[in-house]
Design a protein. Structure first.
Length: 259
């Protein structure tokens, strides 16, 4: 017998802040988060936050982690999960009653500066010798290799309304209209906005530090490149309402008017 579900579960792309703990100083972490919420309450007030303990040499004990959770809630944000790391982190998540989000850091935070990860080599396929006649071999060598087909960027023609989120996976995003307040546009590449940007724009979401944001009318709530962000309150008044470009330079967000 078929039953109609009371709730429909869907897995989708969500924008969640990732707090990577580099020093387990609970009062200092809580103070820093309180300052962020105070500066931009519409952005960070009651924001969902992932805790990432991967930057620590040792996994925190349950009491310290629980104190941090309570402090962050008191500062105005909502810790919702731990970033996946080690078996100790998995055990800690169970003790705290929080889920793990696997590979979360890979989506929104690049590897640490100076850290190099060698790509895993694919298993070698068995080699089989094939004999061809001289004319056939010459014809095969003369045949040009097929050109790689570039993946087109995603284009949005209509306005992006409050509460909407667009994500351009492995490509640039071009918005020909307005990104409203409370809306969010995300791209693994660069973001080009030909209307007004009032919401949030996050470029280089997979860690591409060379990504940029271009906007014709800048009023953004937040802009981010490869996880580094800047809120509107930190932007000079002379850049608001201007055509600007946003880029990352030595882990600092830079914003300049376009000539």
């Amino acid at each position: 017998m078929d039953y109609e579900q009371a709730g429909e579960l869907k897995i989708g792309q969500v924008g969640i802040a990732n707090l990577r703990v580099r020093t387990l100083d609970v009062p200092r972490l809580v103070q820093e988060m309180n300052e962020r919420v105070t500066r931009a309450p519409k952005l960070f007030g009651r924001a969902a936050v992932i805790l990432d303990f991967g930057g620590l040499s040792r996994t925190p004990d349950v009491a310290s982690a629980q104190a941090l959770l309570d402090g962050l809630r008191g500062a105005g944000v909502l810790p919702v999960a731990l970033a996946y790391g080690t078996s100790e982190i998995e055990l800690l998540s169970q003790q705290l009653g929080l889920p793990l989000l696997a590979k979360f850091r890979a989506q929104y935070e690049p590897a640490d500066a100076g850290e190099s990860v060698a790509p895993r080599a694919a298993p070698a396929a068995p080699v089989r010798e094939v004999r061809r006649s001289a004319p056939a071999a010459a014809a095969l060598a003369a045949k040009p290799a097929p050109a790689a087909v570039p993946k087109p960027g995603r284009m949005q023609l209509a306005n992006v309304r409050s509460g909407q989120q667009l994500y351009a996976e492995n490509c640039d995003l071009t918005v020909m209209a307005t990104v409203g307040a409370g809306a969010e546009v995300i791209a693994d590449g660069s973001i080009h906005i030909y209307g007004t940007l009032r919401g949030r724009a996050l470029a280089g979401a997979q860690g591409n530090t060379a990504a940029r944001i271009f906007c014709r009318d800048f009023h953004a709530e937040l802009v981010a490149i490869a996880g580094h962000y800047k809120v509107l309150d930190d932007v000079p008044d002379n850049l608001r309402g201007k055509a600007v470009q946003v880029w990352l330079e030595q882990d600092q967000i830079k914003i300049a008017a376009l000539d």
